[in-house]
Write a protein that binds this ligand. Structure first.
Ligand SMILES: [Zn+2]
Ligand SMILES: [Zn+2]
Length: 144
C-alpha cells in the first residue's frame, strides 16, 4: 500500500479495522461486545474511521470496509504475519510469537515490514496462520 508509514492508526483503531475485515459487515453492538467498550465509544471511533475513508458507517446499521480500508487491513495482517515470522525465526513457538506480536506490532513501521518481507522471501502465510498479502508497491516480486 502506497503513502502510509504504518503508524496512522492507534492500536484500538487497528484492532477495530481487523475485526471489521474478518466480519465483512459489523453492527456497532458487535464491536462494543467484542472489545468490551460502551456503544458511544464505539460510535465515536467508527465516525473517526469513516472520516479517513477506511470504513463506511451508517448509524444503527453498522459498518464495512471501503476499498482503502481493505488495503489497510491487509497491511495490518501482513505486518502481524511478518513480525511472527521474525520471532519464530529467532526460535519462538508460533503461538507465543502471535501473542507477543499483538503487543507491539502497532508501532512497527512499513519500512520494517518491507525489510522483513524481503528477508523471509515474501512468504504468503505466517506460522500463526495469518495471510500475508503481496504488497502492491513494495519489495514483493510482481507487486506494482
Ligand atoms: Zn498471529
Ligand atoms: Zn515482499
Amino acid at each position: 500500500m502506497k503513502g502510509i508509514n504504518g503508524l496512522e492508526l492507534s492500536p484500538k483503531k487497528t484492532d477495530y479495522l481487523k475485526f471489521i475485515k474478518e466480519k465483512k459487515k459489523v453492527k456497532t453492538t458487535e464491536i462494543s461486545d467484542k472489545f468490551k467498550v460502551d456503544p458511544s465509544t464505539t460510535t465515536k471511533i467508527l465516525l473517526e474511521l469513516a472520516k479517513t475513508d477506511l470504513i463506511t458507517y451508517t448509524p444503527y446499521h453498522g459498518c464495512s470496509l471501503t476499498e482503502k480500508g481493505i488495503k489497510y487491513a491487509e497491511f495490518l495482517n501482513r505486518r502481524h504475519g511478518l513480525i511472527v515470522c521474525m520471532l519464530v525465526g529467532m526460535g519462538m513457538d508460533a503461538k507465543t510469537a502471535c501473542e507477543a506480536a499483538g503487543r507491539f506490532e502497532y508501532f512497527v513501521t512499513k519500512d520494517v515490514v518491507d525489510i522483513l518481507c524481503k528477508n523471509f522471501s515474501h512468504p504468503d502465510h505466517s506460522p500463526c496462520g495469518t495471510r500475508i498479502s503481496r504488497d502492491t508497491c513494495c519489495c514483493c516480486p510482481g507487486g506494482r
